[in-house]
Design a protein around this ligand. Structure first.
Ligand SMILES: [Zn+2]
Length: 435
């Protein structure tokens, strides 16, 4: 019975998918979360959980809220320093803002500092797992894995691959990309909580030969993930069609090279055809919806209803730095707002927002048996939220009568200032010092 701890607070989690199931949200006003050796032993009403272990020391977090660790399904680590460069569309933003900054990752020391800050920023916002675009440089990508290994976050990432279209500093030969990827996979894949994702930047910047090489990596190594971009912006889509005249559509380019499948997560898919949605659904490929990025770059409104109707899995990503920050709560609010104004928008209540920020990400990454909810047996990855004294969120939580209202208020008003403590496998990965 050593090292058990019983946390007492209001608890929210979604053990099931609230888009498919009524009552998927579990809430416990006086909740208990019992953990032992990094695993969740029990969760529910405090008195019930107490009976599971009458001796475990109680960590009294009453007045605060526990959520499962948040999962960011799409984010770029080199882009933390360029958040908020507003007023551009995708291809201009890439050329003028993102790619010049990504070229700076050639300098190993700069990249290492950026990696540490990036991982810290995720944790400070309650993110415990993230699918991350690394850098175009192997050393810089290694820095991210090392920073994640030091702090304990679950990071799935990979060397960003491109062999055309981008500035020369950011392109690799296919041979070099293969060698560097293979070495990174051997060093980091399945080391502790780290996983490797084959990461072609997007079809526009990757030739047939590079995409074929991605397929080779998937054949040569077990359990790799795949991440890339798809159907973000109308100009991008038109140029991809010109580059791949044989392809029926954008998704088919990736499918031809075996890059769709249940371990693949594609970001955006804002402008998509019914045929593509069918292909994604049958392959089991998930889409990372990135609503702040889609709005900031004017990419468009995500057709969530069509994805759901087609049976395509959808998770949520911040897409820093096209997106407006590393906070998944804010991203959830933005998803809600965009659907609210979309002609065919889906109602995103608090349960659905929590699911999109937690279990949906775990499912997209093939990690749902390990993370994504507070169910017994899963890893003890969780966030302790407690708004600052005198804050608007504190006031709202004190007045909320229904649990859904409290949770919706957390999405509306919750930021890093309310994230008191974040744990992965029971170990603290972030603690708010100003509290
Ligand atoms: Zn992106």
């Amino acid at each position: 019975m050593t090292d058990a701890q019983l946390f007492r607070a209001t608890l929210f989690h979604t053990p099931a998918n609230p888009f498919r199931q009524e009552g998927a949200l579990r809430s416990y006003a006086d909740g208990g979360l019992l953990i032992r050796e990094g695993r969740i032993v029990a969760s529910g009403n405090f008195d019930d959980v107490r009976r599971a272990d009458v001796e475990a020391p109680v960590v009294d977090c009453r007045g605060g809220v526990l959520l499962p660790g948040l999962i960011d399904a799409h984010v770029h680590y080199p882009q933390l320093p360029i958040i908020g460069r507003l007023g551009r569309t995708l291809l201009d933003w890439l050329e003028q803002v993102a790619l010049p900054e990504e070229a700076r990752m050639a300098e190993a020391r700069y990249a290492a500092a950026c990696a540490r800050r990036f991982v810290a920023a995720l944790a400070a916002h309650g993110t415990t797992t993230a699918l991350v675009f690394g850098a175009h440089f192997a050393a810089a990508t290694a820095s991210l894995f090392e920073a994640a290994g030091e702090t304990g976050l679950r990071i799935i990432s990979g060397l960003v691959l491109s062999d055309r279209f981008l500035p020369s500093a950011l392109v690799q030969t296919v041979d070099r990309a293969y060698r560097d990827s293979t070495e990174l996979i051997h060093r980091f894949h399945r080391q502790g909580r780290l996983l490797y994702a084959v990461t072609p930047r997007f079809a526009l910047s990757t030739s047939d030969a590079m995409l074929e090489m991605c397929q080779t990596l998937l054949r040569e190594h077990q359990d790799l993930r795949v991440q890339t971009h798809v159907n973000e912006n109308a100009d991008e889509i038109r140029m991809v069609a010109e580059q791949f005249p044989w392809a029926a559509d954008y998704v088919s380019v990736y499918d031809r090279f075996g890059l769709t499948g249940p371990r693949a997560v594609f970001a955006h898919n804002v402008h998509t055809t019914d045929g593509e949605l069918q292909l994604l659904a049958s392959a089991g490929t998930a889409i990372a919806h990135c609503p702040t990025s889609n709005a900031a770059l004017g990419s468009g409104i995500f057709p969530l209803r069509r994805h759901l109707d087609a049976g395509v899995a959808v998770a949520l990503g911040t897409d820093v730095g096209g997106g407006t920050g590393p906070g998944m709560l804010k991203e959830g609010l933005q998803a809600y707002l965009m659907q609210r104004v979309a002609p065919d928008g889906v109602k995103l209540d608090a349960a659905r927002l929590l699911y999109l920020c937690t279990l949906a990400g775990a499912e997209a990454l093939g990690l749902a048996s390990e993370i994504g909810s507070l169910c017994p047996g899963k890893s003890a990855d969780f966030v302790y939220l407690r708004p600052p004294a005198g804050s608007a969120l504190e006031t709202v939580l004190q007045h909320a009568t229904a649990p859904e209202d409290a949770l919706a208020a957390i999405f509306t008003l919750g930021g890093a200032e309310s994230v008191r403590e974040v744990r992965v496998e029971g170990s603290i990965v972030h603690k708010l010092h100003s509290a």
